[in-house]
Write a protein that binds this ligand. Sequence first.
Ligand SMILES: Nc1nc2c(c(=O)[nH]1)N[C@H]1C(S)=C(S)[C@@H](COP(=O)(O)OP(=O)(O)OC[C@H]3O[C@@H](n4cnc5c(=O)[nH]c(N)nc54)[C@H](O)[C@@H]3O)O[C@H]1N2
Ligand SMILES: Nc1nc2c(c(=O)[nH]1)N[C@H]1C(S)=C(S)[C@@H](COP(=O)(O)OP(=O)(O)OC[C@H]3O[C@@H](n4cnc5c(=O)[nH]c(N)nc54)[C@H](O)[C@@H]3O)O[C@H]1N2
Ligand SMILES: [Mo]
Length: 688
Amino acid sequence: MDQRTADAVVRGACPHDCPDTCALLTTVRDGIAVKVAGAPDHGPTGGALCTKVAHYPERVYHPERLLYPMRRVGPKGPGARFERISWDQALDQTAARLRAIAGEFGPEAILPYSYAGTMGLLQYGSMDRRFFHRLGASLLERTICASAGGAGITATLGGKLGMDMECVADARLIILWATNSVVSNLHFWTRVQEAKRRGAKLVAIDPYRTQTAERCHVHLAPLPGTDAALALGLMHVLMAEDLLDHDYIERHTLGYAALKERAQDYPPERVADLTGLRREDIVALARDYGSIRPAAIRLNYGANRHAGGGMAVRTIACLPALVGAWRDPAGGLLLTSSGHYPVDEAALERPDLLRRRPRAINMSAIGRALLEADDPPLKAVFVYNSNPVAVAPESRKVVEGFARPDLFVVVHELFQTDTADYADILLPATSQLEHLDIHKSYGHLHVLANLPAIAPRGEALPNTELFRRLAKRMGFTEACFDEDDETLARRAFRWDHPAMAGITWERLKAQGFARLTLPTPYAPFAQGGFATPSGKCEFYSAALAAQGQDPLPAFVPPREWRGAALAQRYPLAFLSPPARNFLNSSFANLERFREQEKNPWLDIHPQDALARAIADGAAVRVFNDRGEFRAVARVTERARPGVVVSPSIWWRKLSPDGRNVNEVTSQALADLGGGATFYDVLVEVARC
Ligand SMILES: Nc1nc2c(c(=O)[nH]1)N[C@H]1C(S)=C(S)[C@@H](COP(=O)(O)OP(=O)(O)OC[C@H]3O[C@@H](n4cnc5c(=O)[nH]c(N)nc54)[C@H](O)[C@@H]3O)O[C@H]1N2
Ligand SMILES: Nc1nc2c(c(=O)[nH]1)N[C@H]1C(S)=C(S)[C@@H](COP(=O)(O)OP(=O)(O)OC[C@H]3O[C@@H](n4cnc5c(=O)[nH]c(N)nc54)[C@H](O)[C@@H]3O)O[C@H]1N2
Ligand SMILES: [Mo]
């Protein structure tokens, strides 16, 4: 008989860039992870996973996992070929090139490029940051997702703070604003459904009739980038009809009189014209919002990927204080909960290793930086936790930049992504089942531990170990480069902070997770106590005024606007929101999920299709001055007139035409936080 050891079940955390940060249970048999399940004892996870992570072993054991260090032989780009080398060779060659580039051009000629391939605090940003700080490399501004909205909400509430998702089932009105929760925030949606069963009214605000919008009682489909106008219009009605919480405004807000004056400019007729909504729908929503309690707003980052994205988030974030919605644990607003955690970033990242402050490069304009930066030009890019060739805007520039023959590119990855095709040195990374980590969340309020469940596959290394070894090769002797992952995990939080009371790394390792030590139920601003300089919800922001920004909530129109001259040639607004079976470009290389998504689609309203003689199922070109990609048209009323939608993000090389949506997106930045503007795009569509 075979001598099987009993199955082990290992506690972990989902590492993906999603608000849900699920607690995982991995079943290991004879050293192999045979099953990944959601932890039933973890409140936010509730024992359920999205389909992507429920099939996690397929990703971990995929035959195309990178298992050995390699160096490229032959040309860069799609079809690039690589040959195996040893880790010693890979590290020596990388260190030698980085040293030579730093010597000739200065260390700022080197750029790290990373984002949220994993959100674990160690593998997201610890040893890597120490390494690049010590080197003196250019800093990377990590703006590709959330920085405009982050700046907007911080100006208003004082931080990335919001309501507790575990209370949402008690809400009576839930506004799902720029969020496709069914797809991108499933565990929040479970609670919304519970609220619906208990009689709550659900309202979706999204230009696209998503799987979320179709399950709501009301769906308002504004034109993209007009949310701030809508929010100001709601304020106008709330003020005109006196549906306000004067006591809350008086005690816990700053600048009401000025806000009132601003809102005067947004009567519902004007807002109807700006947003493409019906006047009566705007008034009806304001009346609901002014009278139904508890009232929750789930705002997501869809609203921040526009020229005015920072102000849009700021303006929406003013609404709960006007009606006193923060008084209820099931009321208020949630964009992100990440600011509730006392993360010790300085201890993880060690910015004190910088001898002087290097220049900063905005990741959302990487194409331009690779082609145009001088003093010094970028000569090396070190990519990990990201797939910029697929996900960064204006692909033509990004590809041209990465294809530069004089650019030294290192990519640390699990798979041979579109970006990996441009690597000189390609290094294998561990998956979440193979390394240690510690997690916060941006959707709930728990801390989680991730313990390695299986040995690293092949010669894969965690990000932390890669940079530990590379630091040695570079001759960095500071003691911080000797710290192991356990030590880093112990540094990740300020454990003496009240929110961490009773939580220790030992306890996390034993139990897998712990809720921050906060009241249950939790209403963060029931008694005010905002984290702003004034301690109030700042309708008026002196901090913004000091930056030369409008101190009041404002409607900043889209850059690519239907009123602009550009709209004559490119009359359709273009959105490329998350596809259900992909996570950004992760999972898009796995057969199971590609089969589910089938094709790059373009959803187009029957009216817009008819005007272009486009039939359902027709092959179409989507184009503007920046570029073009191909998709299969779905003629559907899910897309509102004037707006076309392509669920994303496909790998370029796995798309029929070798390109994807980011051919047409723009490198222009948002009003606040240097954020990307992926959804501020005009295109034209034609039959192929
Ligand atoms: N399955 C899946 N889940 C994901 C992701 C994924 O790729 N796939 N991505 C993850 C990431 S990186 C993030 S940042 C999060 C959140 O990611 P978000 O980008 O916030 O994604 P969604 O929740 O899909 O919300 C976007 C919605 O906003 C809508 N929208 C676009 N422009 C506007 C606008 O101007 N106004 C309004 N009102 N709506 C607009 C889009 O049509 C879309 O339905 O989700 C994460 N979860
Ligand atoms: N058109 C369009 N473009 C968009 C968006 C959109 O809505 N529309 N959304 C934007 C948003 S919100 C975001 S957040 C960005 C996301 O962009 P990215 O953060 O680049 O996300 P992914 O495409 O998932 O790529 C992450 C990569 O990290 C790798 N990885 C995972 N774990 C590890 C690890 O432990 N170590 C290493 N070295 N690598 C690892 C994965 O295999 C994957 O290839 O894309 C943006 N781009
Ligand atoms: Mo994101």
